[in-house]
Design a protein around this ligand. Structure first.
Ligand code: AMP
Length: 413
């Protein structure tokens, strides 16, 4: 299947090819024809599947086919809601890239920065608005934005919006949309609340499911290190001595943790920056750009800040802390191995995280292979006892200083 076979106009095909895409990904192949035909779509797809182009391409095509409407100030034809600024920026870049030969304007708005450039751009006229819910509501309240002409509505990463407590804002925004419109809802997981929302906003949707959340992207090699909490930093520093880890996203459960990890890495001579909600928008963007451009090898992030980080060459994801919510693990490791690239996800697990590990392995329906050979290995009883708190004991905790042999041991659990 080629993009040409999807009835996409030649200007968009040309731009897509310049992005380096050779053929559509499965979700694009499935969703684009339906969206072009005006159907509502429910996309169950995790990140890295090409879901952005799956909705952006047909929306661009339909809007550009209508001609000059975008020239009327305030005439917003498409609204894309995204949970984070990073994801919103990413989506905006995709629209700009795919639409570079079209006369269709997009604008990205999000909070945490001055609203003036955003309101000035709105006054100049925008066809496609990509927004985070809070700032959008703000600007609607101030009468800078009117959604009455919206024909296409996309709710991206709906499950993440739920996690972030944005669902009420989303509902408020939906109530301001015209009744007749085309809807697309994308979510990596479908918790009950999202299904309810889906039923209330989508009309006879076509369901497009690419990779179910429980089967993590095949291209990603997953490995697990049992390690005491106090040795995690040493293990991380040791692992990062391996230059094969070219571009590494380290996940910390907390913002404070992310700062500490970054400090530890910097004092070990490893250049790293942190990205999380307590950092200013400028600091976050600077860190992200330095990482994308390869100026720094390591970015330490919290889950929320990491949404929307799209780095084509991300070689490794390291779960310094295991996430409490199993689906978050899938979101995290989906940051690597994107669009068919190889990727590796390494996870550290200490005794207090055994329950989280159990939840993750249940969700992905497999045991993550354990790396037995490392300098901080924890042995003894690493196996969760039914109904009991597991016990772990460090046997060898000394750093040999030699480069590590990352041979995969047999999964003895
Ligand atoms: P997404 O799931 O939309 O975040 O996309 C993940 C990554 O895949 C992004 O880096 C896109 O640029 C890339 N991508 C999207 N569609 C294709 C395609 N058809 N071929 C190759 N890469 C793609």
């Amino acid at each position: 299947m080629l993009f040409e076979n999807l009835n996409i106009n030649k200007d968009i095909v040309k731009a897509i090819k310049e992005e380096g895409y050779i053929k559509p990904t499965p979700i694009q192949e499935e969703a684009i024809p339906y969206i072009l035909k005006g159907k509502d779509v429910l996309g169950c797809a995790q990140t890295g599947t090409g879901k952005t182009a799956a909705f952006a391409v047909p929306i661009l095509q339909n809007i550009s086919a209508k001609g000059e409407l975008g020239k009327v100030p305030g005439h917003i034809s498409a609204l894309i809601l995204a949970p984070t600024r990073e994801l919103a920026i990413q989506i905006g870049e995709s629209f700009t890239g795919y639409g570079k030969y079209l006369d269709v304007k997009n604008l990205v708005i999000f909070g945490g920065v001055s609203q003036d450039p955003q309101t000035r751009a709105l006054k100049r006229g925008v066809d496609i608005l990509i927004a985070t819910p809070g700032r959008l509501l703000d600007l609607i309240d101030q009468k800078y934005i009117d959604l009455k002409n919206v024909e296409y509505f996309v709710l991206d990463e709906a499950d993440r919006m739920l996690d972030m407590g944005m669902i009420n804002d989303v509902k408020k925004i939906i109530s301001k949309l015209p009744k007749v419109r085309q809807n697309m809802l994308f979510s990596a997981t479908m918790p009950k609340e999202i299904l309810t929302l889906t039923n209330s906003i989508l009309k006879n949707p076509v369901s497009v499911e690419v990779t179910p959340v429980s089967s993590t992207v095949d291209a990603i090699t997953q490995e697990l290190y049992f390690v005491d909490r106090k040795h995690k930093k040493h293990l991380l520093i040791d692992l990062l001595k391996d230059k094969a880890l070219t571009s590494v996203l380290v996940f910390s459960r907390t913002k404070h943790g992310a700062n500490i990890i970054t400090k530890e890495l910097n004092s070990a001579g490893i250049e790293a920056l942190a990205i999380h909600g307590n950092k200013s928008q400028n600091a976050r963007q600077l860190a992200l750009n330095s990482f994308k451009e390869g100026k720094i090898r390591v970015l330490v992030a919290t889950d929320i800040a990491a949404r929307g980080i799209d780095v084509d060459e991300l070689s490794h994801v390291i779960n310094y802390d295991l996430p409490e919510v199993p689906e978050t693990y899938v979101h995290r490791i989906g940051r690597t191995g994107r669009a068919g690239q190889q990727g590796t996800a390494l996870s550290f697990c200490d005794v207090d995280e055994m329950e989280y590990l159990k939840g993750i392995e249940k969700l992905i329906c497999k045991k993550i292979p354990v790396i037995e050979e490392h300098s901080y290995k924890v042995s003894a009883n690493t196996k969760p006892l039914e109904g009991n708190k597991p016990t772990m004991k460090t046997t060898t905790a000394k750093n040999t200083g030699k480069s590590l042999n990352y041979r995969r041991g047999r999964n003895s659990r």
